[in-house]
Structure formats: structure tokens, C-alpha cells
Design a protein around this ligand. Structure first.
Ligand SMILES: [Zn+2]
Length: 428
């Protein structure tokens, strides 16, 4: 029931005026900063060290007085210091993700922290014409079904079929023909594979009006293929685990993406200062809904541009231009099959002791996996990673796992934790 209430609130918030939204956002921000300082040791120590206090937050612009928090800083801090005092760590839910940066971070949360996640996606789908009785298909990387069906799905509302991204694209097409969804949601690279497979198969009896893409922007070629083969409108959604919901989404009418200013404070910074419209900027977010493990001024590791355009659709939420940067490279197997990087993220984000990782495909039958193991390692740790990667690739592929002291991270490599050194378009 909480999800339905949240969906109704988020859908209503889209149409609030700019000033109303700003006032609500600042109220939520102040409450969060006070909460974090009073109850989370990490923020109390950090703000004391930097000489700032929640009382300094008089206007939205004062947020800039507070220090930016990086993924690495959180990763190297004991979890008990990152959560509200008195939190029973064993009772927390956890999501572990590197968000394609190659630096796994575990986020602890409880159900109320995430009550806006699914509704924030649903409110975008509905803005694009989806109705509660339409059927959906979503891709997922794990081979087991995640989560329980919601009570409303048992009543035929937002019914969803799961497609597994590790399956062969032909299997996806078969499932889509049976399920006949109104919309498909997936990672951009998975959708690119689907688009190629649809064009190759010549299937012309499928019509899916809406395709929503996340985790990297779908390129124009794949958008065209999906429009031609499925008759789809393709919508990009910018979301992250750390933000706890959608950060921004493409509007059916406006030039750009609406920022979800009701659930996230999004800053666009160059050299620590607010960026000008159209300028490449680092995205720094504050998650207004997560109170168990607050994320305040968290450097998302993405590059985007703030927009100078004003909304024309009547929504009060400000606009940004597209997120920039590559979604990552495909791994191409000996058989010619392409794999998206996501199954590799799953293996390495969950490998014990890994501080940072990077995968480089040097040849169709040779993949190097580089990891840092800050707490030390044994041969068994490396063998376990090698075995898990071997399960993803074709027989006869050489997997080399190297433990290294450091891995480079520049703004270019951040988005490229899986790198292919094969010549563009190479298939064996
Ligand atoms: Zn709009």
C-alpha cells in the first residue's frame, strides 16, 4: 500500500510549481542534514573536521559549504559509522553495486528508505502513457527471480515478466511474442543487443509502444532500430542505487530530462562550483529519502549538463541535458556472441575482499581481470573469481586474475570498468 501512496505523491509532485518544489526540497534537505549530523558518526566527524554545522544551512545555496563525499571515502569507512546510531546491521537490507565504476559500495537500507524506488520508475512510465493494466517486461542480470510479487500485481496491475539478460537474445524475442508487453525496461546495452537481434530476426509482428532505458544512454542507432522493429518510443531514465530512485527522466514534451527534485537534490559542478548551462559537469546528489545510511553531497561519478531551457509541459521540475559518457563495452565471445558488462559487475561487486576492479578484454579468447585486495588475499580468492568469470564466457577463453596495488581512475575510466581492446566491430 505504501508504494501506491508514494506513486500518487510522486505523480502529483511533477505538477507542483517550481517555488513549491524548491521549498519542499529545502525542508527535506535541512531535515536530512540535521538527522545525519545528530545520528551518523561519519557525518558528525566530517562536518566537525570541516567546521560546518547543520545550523549553517540557511538557504539552498548554503549546501555548498558542506564537503563532497566520494565512493572511496564511504568504502573505506566501517559500516557502523555510516548508518544511524542504534541501527541493527543484521536487520538492514543491502545493495552492493559499483554502478560501472569498478569500486563496489554496499548501501544499507530499510524498507522505508526505498519506498520511492519503484514508484519513481512507475511515475515516469505513466507520464509516457502507460496505464496500470498494461503489461511490462523488465530485464534482470541475475538468473533467479528477485523480490516478491507486489500485492497489486496479483490483481493484474503493473503485471511484469522478467527477462534474464544472460539468456540468448532469441529467447527474449520468444518471450516477448508470448507476453506481448506494452513496455520493456532494461539497461541500455541490453536493449542495444535486443534491437540488433530484432533487426536480424526480421520479426515484424511485435509492437511495444514504450521502451525505457537506464544505465548509460542508448545510442541513436539502437533507438532507430527499436522504433523500426517494435514501433517503440524510447525513453532514457537516469537513476542510481545511491540516489535511491530516479534522478532524472526524458520528458515527452520538453527538450531534456526533468530532475526529480522531490526525492533527490542534484548539483552540477565544475571544479566545485555550480556549472553553467551546457557545460560538462560532475553530478553530485543528495538522496532525500534514505535516512538509514544518508548520502549527502555524494559524487555520483557521472558527467552531465544542466539545461538553460524552461519546461514547456507544465511540470515544475527543472531540466538537465543528457548524461554523457559511455555505458561500457561489450565483451565479445569466441562464438561471436556479445555479452553486456552487467554479469561481470555482479561477479566482481560481490567477490569477497575486492576493493576496486577492472576487466580488459585483450583478445576474443583472452580477458584480464585486475583487482585490488586491500585486506590481503589468498590464491583461493583469485581462483574463485576466475571460476565465476569462466562461467560467463565460452570454453577455451583464458582468464587471468591479477591482484594489483592500484588501479587508475580518471573521469574517463570511471565509466569504463569493462574495457574491450578489440578493434571496433570485431567478431571472430
Ligand atoms: Zn516536461
Amino acid at each position: 500500500m505504501r508504494g501506491i501512496v508514494s506513486l500518487a505523491q510522486l505523480s502529483r509532485n511533477q505538477w507542483r510549481g517550481r517555488e513549491d518544489l524548491e521549498r519542499r526540497q529545502f525542508k527535506a534537505l535541512r531535515s536530512l542534514v540535521h538527522h545525519a549530523y545528530a545520528t551518523v558518526p561519519f557525518y558528525r566527524d566530517l562536518y566537525d573536521r570541516e567546521g560546518v554545522s547543520p545550523a549553517d544551512l540557511h538557504t539552498p545555496g548554503d549546501l555548498r559549504l558542506f564537503p563532497i563525499v566520494t565512493r572511496e571515502a564511504l568504502q573505506s569507512t566501517p559500516q557502523a559509522q555510516l548508518v544511524t546510531e542504534g541501527t541493527d546491521l543484521d536487520q538492514c537490507l543491502r545493495s552492493r553495486t559499483s554502478g560501472s565504476t569498478g569500486v563496489p559500495l554496499e548501501i544499507l537500507f530499510r524498507a522505508p528508505d526505498r519506498s520511492a524506488v519503484n514508484p519513481s520508475f512507475l511515475s515516469v512510465y505513466m507520464a509516457w502513457g502507460m496505464k496500470p493494466w498494461h503489461r511490462m517486461a523488465t530485464f534482470q542480470s541475475r538468473s533467479e527471480r528477485l523480490g516478491k510479487r507486489s500485492w497489486f500485481q496479483n490483481f493484474g496491475i503493473f503485471r511484469t515478466e522478467v527477462l534474464f539478460s544472460r539468456d540468448h537474445p532469441e529467447k527474449w524475442i520468444e518471450a516477448l511474442k508470448l507476453w506481448r508487453p506494452h513496455m520493456i525496461h532494461g539497461y541500455s546495452l541490453t536493449l542495444k543487443l535486443l534491437a540488433e537481434a530484432l533487426e536480424h530476426s526480421g520479426a515484424n509482428d511485435l509492437h511495444v509502444p514504450l521502451v525505457t532505458s537506464t544505465s548509460g544512454v542508448l545510442d541513436d542507432g539502437a533507438r532507430r532500430q527499436l522504433a523500426t522493429t517494435l514501433g517503440s518510443q524510447v525513453v532514457d531514465i537516469y537513476a542510481s542505487d545511491e540516489a535511491g530512485s530516479v534522478i532524472a527522466w526524458e520528458c515527452p514534451r520538453c527538450p531534456g530530462y526533468h530532475l526529480c527534485s522531490d526525492t533527490v537534490v542534484t548539483e552540477f559542478l565544475t571544479d566545485g562550483c555550480p556549472a553553467l548551462p551546457g557545460e560538462d559537469a560532475s553530478v553530485v546528489i543528495t538522496n532525500l529519502t534514505g535516512r538509514t545510511m544518508p548520502l549527502i553531497r555524494y559524487d555520483q561519478g557521472d558527467v552531465a549538463r544542466v539545461s538553460s531551457e524552461q519546461p514547456i509541459c507544465g511540470r515544475g521540475m527543472p531540466l538537465m541535458e543528457a548524461v554523457r559518457g559511455r555505458a561500457g563495452d561489450f565483451i565479445i565471445l569466441r562464438s561471436g556472441r556479445k555479452l553486456t558488462p552487467h554479469p561481470f559487475f555482479l561477479v566482481l561487486d560481490h567477490a569477497l575482499g575486492v576493493g576496486r576492479w577492472q576487466i580488459v578484454q585483450e583478445a576474443v579468447d583472452y580477458i584480464r581481470v585486475m583487482v585490488t585486495m586491500p585486506g590481503g588475499h589468498t590464491e583461493d580468492d583469485c581462483a574463485a573469481i576466475r571460476r565465476a568469470i569462466l562461467e560467463l564466457v565460452d570454453d577455451g577463453t583464458t582468464i587471468e586474475v591479477e591482484v594489483v596495488e592500484t588501479l587508475r581512475t580518471t573521469s574517463q575510466t570511471k565509466l569504463r570498468s569493462v574495457i574491450s581492446n578489440l578493434p571496433e566491430g570485431q567478431t571472430p
